[in-house]
Design a protein. Structure first.
Length: 264
């Protein structure tokens, strides 16, 4: 039996642009300034920047995802860990699929640390989350970050592809990965993800041109889009950056065209 999982709502022309805002949890306030520390500012970027979804933890969703933002699909992150932890990473769910659905989620998110000594625990938890989410028609997006003492290089192509495969086999609908800069490798990784859609993480803040070139490369290599945070909301012109991303990811424009509009 297969459930009717509503993934299309998160895509435009087969592509997606997701605004991620869980860094306050994962990294702490060091990522923020006086403007982007305010979740309302992020919701405004998601709405006015025509993002396909915004990904936040349940507490932010409760207090900030109000009716004004109903046109932006919500992804509720179910687990998270702080940067204060050391040793092999583990991240357990702190809220439920059912509660995410009550908050208006169109999908749920979960970070999986493949290769960590706690991976079995996380597989079991993610497996249950997939069962519950899919039975409600909600897609599951997996932040797929191989990490821990058994993973010397999390940017190794085989490791990233392994992560993509495991996420597919566990039932992920959208798999968020880090890009290692190798387009051919990404094509192989995308193949391993099968019918699950691959989206790429933004990473720390870089120049507009470098970032947009990376984005163009990853969609050209078969990624369905990006799930980005800091390169948008740490930017001095987040709305122009959102438009440039849309130009490339959704409208298939070149980096030069997107930069021209960006600089205009
Ligand atoms: P950025 O675009 O800001 O890199 O965000 C992507 C993201 O996946 C966030 O959703 C998450 O908080 C963060 O990266 C985790 O990154 P890491 O575990 O490598 O610090």
């Amino acid at each position: 039996m297969s459930f009717k999982v509503k993934v299309d709502r998160l895509f435009t022309k087969g592509r997606t642009l997701i605004l991620a805002y869980d860094q306050g949890f994962e990294h702490g306030p060091s990522d923020f300034n006086l403007t982007n520390v305010d979740p309302e500012f992020i919701m405004d970027i998601a709405l006015e920047g025509f993002f396909n979804a915004v990904a936040v933890h349940s507490g932010i969703a409760e207090k900030y995802y109000d009716l004004r933002y109903k046109d932006v699909p919500l992804i509720v992150k179910l687990n998270g860990k702080t940067s204060l932890q050391s040793g092999d990473p583990v991240s357990r769910a702190h809220t439920s699929v059912e509660y995410a659905a009550k908050l208006g989620a169109s999908a749920v998110g979960y970070t999986l640390y493949l290769g960590s000594s706690f991976e079995q625990e996380q597989f079991r938890e993610l497996g249950r989350i997939v069962e519950e989410a899919h039975s409600l028609g909600l897609p599951v997006m997996v932040w797929n970050y191989p990490r821990g003492s058994s993973v010397p290089n999390d940017l190794d192509t085989n490791i990233i592809a392994y992560g993509a495969r495991v996420a597919l086999e566990l039932g992920a609908d959208i798999i968020k990965l880090k890009y290692n800069g190798d387009k051919e490798a990404l094509r192989w990784i995308v193949k391993n993800a099968g019918r699950a859609k691959v989206v790429i993480s933004g990473g720390s803040r870089t120049s507009e041109e470098d970032f947009l070139r990376m984005v163009w490369d990853v969609v050209d290599a078969g990624a369905a889009g990006i799930a980005v945070g800091r390169n948008v909301w740490q930017h001095e012109r987040p709305f122009s950056m959102s438009r440039a991303l849309r130009d490339i990811v959704i409208d298939g424009k070149s980096v030069e065209e997107a930069l021209k509009r960006f600089n205009h």
